[in-house]
Design a protein around this ligand. Sequence first.
Ligand code: NAG
Length: 279
Amino acid sequence: MGVALPGQMPRRWLHSAIPLAVFALLLVYLWARNLRCGSGTQSCIAEGPPPFQVQQQSGPVEGAEWEEPQCLGPQGMLGRIMRQFRASLKPEGDVELSQYLAGWRDLVRFVTPLGSIFAFATSEASAKVTALEALVHGPQAAHYTSLGTMVAWERPEIASSPSRASGSVSMLLLHRALRWSQLCLHRVATGMLGGPDAGVQCSDAYGTALAPHHSWLVRQAAHLAFLAFPGRGRLLKLMCPGARETEARAAVARAAGTLEDVYNRTQGLLAERGLLELA
Ligand SMILES: *[C@@H]1O[C@H](CO)[C@@H](O)[C@H](O)[C@H]1NC(C)=O
């Protein structure tokens, strides 16, 4: 009787173990942070600027003239993400999947070092990017060039058993995660001095964009992770290294604007086809 079990047991065990492991990792992370920074999370954020910033800040303060920061240039990660997402917007109104996924790959790479909450929010995204890439490069590649061609091809599954329309479902989950990334980056870029800190703003964005689609357990884990969210100054330095704060803010706002264009386009296409509640 028990002989048939070995294949199933580990999988079932994994299902409950993964959320628990996420919890455990978050707790270890928070605990390690407290050891380093004392009891308040704020004291970590208020540390002095990292060495590479000191030189910048002691330099002469120039006029309001815009100097494109390195993060938007050919070598800059933020610039690369923007170019790839922009290239996914096809002139006739569709979204090209290979460019969209390339943008996502770099977006995940970009936000993962920013802190556990980003890694947490994008781990699902990363899996979906991999799943869609397999379709884009798979035997049915001709049907997976754009969002429009994919949905047309998967239409029979969408109508009968939606969970089997794997490309469309993955796309929808990425679409929601893109909304969170866009709102969070926009708020990091535009938040006012004395207003809510970046962690509160991005946590609110999580509540809007992702929480309604997550289980209770995942939402609790996310709330925990937001406690350790880096401060705005630190985020801007990580996102746009070497730039002054105003330049970094402008660069991040531009990136958020590009993500918004892509989000709006995708939202329109998914809504037209009645796919926003597919998963
Ligand atoms: C995206 O759509 C919203 C709502 O339709 C609109 O207010 C916003 O201006 C659009 N953003 C861009 C960048 O087009």
